[in-house]
Design a protein around this ligand. Sequence first.
Ligand code: ADP
Ligand code: MG
Ligand code: ZN
Length: 477
Amino acid sequence: MKYEAVIGIEMHAELNTKTKIFCGCKTDYGAQVNTQCCPICIGLPGTLPTLNKKVVEYAVKMGLACGCTINRETKHDRKNYFYPDLPKAYQISQYDIPLCENGEISFYVGEEKKSVRILRIHIEEDAGKLLHDNRFSGTLIDFNRCGVPLIEIVSQPDLRSPEEARAYLDALKAILECLGICNCRMQEGNIRCDVNVSIRPEGNEAFGNRVEMKNVNTFSGAVRGIEFEIARQTAVLEAGGAIEQETRRWDDDRGESLPMRSKEDAQDYRYFPEPDLVPIRLDRAYVEEIQSSLPELPLVKFERYWKEQGLTQYEATMLSTDKDKASFYESCIAVKPNLAKQICNWILGDIAKLQNQKHCLISDLSIDPSALCELIELNVAGTLSSTSAKAVFDEMVATGKAPGTIVQEKGLAQVNDEEALAAIVEKVLSENQGPIAEYHNGKTNVLGFLVGQCMRNSKGKGNPQLFNKLLAEHLNQ
Ligand code: ADP
Ligand code: MG
Ligand code: ZN
């Protein structure tokens, strides 16, 4: 029997507000342990929380970007559970009235456009971090993360494969980044997922029992976890067993999911309305203002780059899902719309390489968009060979000088004068009798080697197309 996977994802994203959700403590990552906490976020008796307005604004932004309905009257609820990383012994979350619900996001999986319904997006507080250190016979707790604002984005079980799940996660991350509400640094735990997986015989309507996998900290880990879980559940069913609803822990190092506990019910949490906070009431105008301030979303950008500007799907994805790249690309095509393809090549090629070396954003490199366009035009027009264009680019980034000035100063202009090039061709031919013989014996790709030799002799300034033409003429005489 063939089985089909059914997947639903709960994503927790930390919002990048300056301060925590219910107190004024900072949220900076990497601070000395237990230095960013106060009586409120460590849950001392007698303290009272105050809601950070920015958290609501950011969550509403995300809700609107995901096409959700915003509940203009909502509240906070206590989710009670006892675990040492949660000093109050309850988490302030939202239960029956989430801030946002019933949305939908679309994205591409290869050529195919896919939509996934968003069940809800609610706000809640993060818990502290448990530190296990071999030097102590116990567990240490860092409360800095207590009260860092989170949104939980819950999808409907609309995903059907690990690839779709991956594309969905990438799409959510791109939206968060585009809105600027989450730092999206996976290594800092800004995004954490619970992945729900079930399988059903192909063609069946009814869903199977789901397994909820916790502790999924990377998107590639989510894919591995889902693949593992599909295989595990298939094996259980094929052996005549049944899948029980349970919570498992994904262990990415071991590459397997391990039983954690049988699935808890909502009633286990004894939810009740948070008595220390007033309900949230939002004006219609407030929501409308956020709606009208939304930036162009990644999917719209993607389709514009792909369908209107002729980039490949891969290129359009790389640019549209990266705020920094997209913004630089936009400034360049504003100068020269017809150079879209070449601008993209530079961004994904030499500029990305430079960024990797310097570990920085394009915006930190202060490259003038019109200067890059000028450089590309010099290359397209044949004034600069591609090799020299790279040299001019490096100089341009280092000194801020205009490409034209650099070309003049360094004498880098491409040599298109056939007579000058012919002299080099003759020299190279006289020095390469062996390859020439090979060429005449049918190894015509020797031509490429000879062009390379000519380029070297011209210090990268000769026009390679002309070299190619001249060499071919000589060899075929
Ligand atoms: P809980 O808090 O119990 O995990 P939530 O409503 O927060 O419940 O999340 C349930 C998640 O499980 C959703 O993402 C939903 O899409 C997913 N889900 C529900 N039923 C199934 C199923 N049969 N197979 C896979 N995923 C499912
Ligand atoms: Mg859950
Ligand atoms: Zn605090």
